[in-house]
Design a protein around this ligand. Structure first.
Ligand SMILES: C[S@@+](CC[C@H](N)C(=O)[O-])C[C@H]1O[C@@H](n2cnc3c(N)ncnc32)[C@H](O)[C@@H]1O
Length: 179
């Protein structure tokens, strides 16, 4: 165990940005949070992102942050619940959720919705805390969380890839087709 280890997911986020940049198309960030970090990183690369969160307070802070970072014209914020996305079927090419799933109780419903709005040749990218990430960021221990997330993803997608990073694991789920 590393003493005074600091949680730092910068590399994990950058790996996702590279992955998303290769696909482009319409992008949805689920549970964007008060910093809208993933939406911001992509907007800074010139991508347009739809960012949803169910918290009015977090969305207000995210809008402020996007203005401060001068990327507000590229992010469309929308207050919505991940289990009832207000978008048509197959309307996004990439759907991502970074450290959002551990906040959602009805995870299977949220993943079903992400699958619904994902284009046939699109992908759903879900990153969430590894046991080490949980410990270092002060979350309650749960060594089964990622496996249960993978089980849900496997029940909705024919192809699920798991990439293990230091603090987060990234799942890339595809409804079908090839990369
Ligand atoms: C840890 S924060 C987001 C982190 C952010 N995605 C990032 O990249 O750092 C989790 C966010 O998920 C949101 N959230 C939780 N449950 C949600 C739900 N059912 N639908 C939409 N957003 C939700 C919370 O309001 C919170 O802003």
């Amino acid at each position: 165990m590393v003493k005074n280890e600091e949680y730092d997911d910068k590399q994990d986020r950058e790996a996702i940005v590279r992955m998303v940049s290769r696909s482009a198309g319409k992008i949805l960030d689920v549970g964007t949070g008060d910093c809208c970090c993933m939406a911001q990183l992509l907007a800074k690369k010139g991508f347009r992102v739809t960012a949803i969160d169910r918290s009015r307070k977090n969305l207000k802070a995210a809008r402020k942050e996007a203005r401060r970072e001068k990327v507000n014209s590229l992010i469309d914020f929308c207050r919505a619940d991940a289990i009832r996305l207000p978008f048509p079927d197959k309307s996004f090419n990439v759907i991502m959720a970074f450290n959002t799933m551990h906040h959602i109780r009805k995870r299977a419903e949220a993943i079903k919705e992400m699958r619904r709005v994902c284009a046939n040749r699109g992908k759903v990218i879900i990153a969430d805390l590894t046991p080490r990430g949980r410990r270092v960021s002060g979350h309650k221990k749960d060594n089964k969380f990622l496996d249960s997330l993978e089980t849900i993803l496997n029940s909705y997608f024919p192809r699920v890839e798991r990439i293990k990073n230091k603090y987060t694991a990234t799942f890339v789920a595809r409804p079908g087709g090839t990369r």
